[in-house]
Write a protein of this length. Structure first.
Length: 355
């Protein structure tokens, strides 16, 4: 597999918008995964500009970036060579010139990953059969009204969507520069790119895919995208048409530790913290019996789908649950092999203590 590490500035905007409206979610997952993160002055200034702006287009795009960044990320271009960079103004220009092609890739991802259409259904929609879209969009309870509206517009009226997106991105670019977040990210990323070692990132990517049971396509390049805005990116693996990528940050250090077969004190503390959580244990017990989808789990544990999704995100990051898509639903099951390895690690640690 051809693995291409690189940097795309638009990804930083996506990550920042994710924190704008879902800060409590990011805070909770970051805590569960052992990441200490406080937004710096620059990120705080950028988010303030976004939150205080009354322009409707900016509010819509910020919501879309926050809620479905794993799909709208395919509006980006990606480096063709290891260590390559794509600046924000280059992404905006590319969108202006190639919006129709990029929007098809984004729509493909939204339909299959966010709305859980089968590939057969996706192909029909992209060929012009839009009859099943409105009902599916209206049932997407985890998406805001702004986001569902934008999805519908993107499918039915791409030209209008293009105008909204380009206006918002040009305004966000001003905020990104004025806040100082762009300079901060550029300086820190420049240092990371200086230390770029292709063999190391190949090893990280392959270990990451294996750990999470992700089947990437061997015939396509895999883009490893740096991001510096957040400690925890919240976006593991995404693919659409002939593009596949992973977004990573400093949290890769912690993920590497989690993936390590040797149970360190910190890793042990991390697993015990999450296994001690009553709701997480309810979820794990429930899916150990048979796979279940989010709606089922929400009814069983008596919590909202959003709260259950947050717990599943943490458990997925720790590779304690596996998922598979069956038509319109995503089913979650217990990763028994992973749990067995953890228990063996605990047993080994206990035996060493006894000796």
């Amino acid at each position: 597999m051809n693995i291409i590490p690189g940097y795309v500035e638009l990804v930083e905007i996506l990550m920042a918008c994710g924190l704008a409206d879902r800060k409590s979610y990011f805070d909770a997952v970051s805590h569960d995964l052992g990441f200490d993160f406080e937004p710096g002055q620059e990120l705080g200034a950028f988010l303030l500009k976004i939150r205080e702006n009354e322009n409707w287009s900016i509010k819509v795009v910020a919501d879309v970036f926050s809620e479905i960044k794993d799909s709208v990320i395919f509006f980006c271009d990606f480096p063709e060579r290891p260590g390559g960079e794509i600046l924000l103004e280059d992404s905006i220009e590319s969108l202006a010139n190639n919006f129709e092609e990029k929007s098809k890739c984004v729509v493909n991802s939204i339909l299959s990953n966010n709305l859980n259409f089968s590939q057969e259904e996706v192909d029909k929609i992209l060929e012009g059969d839009l009859s099943i879209v409105p009902e599916a969009v209206n049932k997407a309870e985890d998406l805001s009204e702004n986001t569902t509206w934008f999805i519908t517009q993107l499918i039915n009226f791409p030209r209008q969507s293009k105008e909204i997106l380009l206006f918002a991105l040009n305004e966000m670019k001003k905020y990104y520069e004025e806040s100082g977040l762009r300079k901060k990210n550029r300086d820190q990323i420049a240092e990371k790119l200086k230390l770029f070692e292709n063999d190391r990132y190949n090893q990280i990517a392959k270990g990451f895919l294996d750990f999470y049971g992700i089947k990437a396509r061997e015939d396509l390049p895999l883009h490893l995208l740096f991001q510096n805005t957040l400690k925890y990116s919240g976006l593991k693996f995404a693919s659409s048409r002939n593009i596949q990528l992973i977004v990573f940050s400093e949290h890769f250090k912690q993920i590497e530790e989690i993936m390590n077969p040797s149970v360190t004190d910190n890793t042990l503390r991390l697993f015990l913290r999450n296994l001690a959580d009553q709701t997480k244990m309810q979820i794990l017990k429930s899916i150990s019996e048979e796979p279940k989808y989010v709606d089922e789990l929400a009814k069983l544990v008596g919590l909202s789908k959003a709260t259950v999704s947050y717990h599943l995100s943490t458990l997925s990051e720790l590779a304690l649950v596996k998922s598979r898509k069956d038509h319109r639903r995503v089913y979650f099951s217990l990763n028994k092999e992973r749990l067995e390895k953890i228990l063996k690690g605990l047993e080994t640690l206990y035996d060493e203590g006894e000796n």
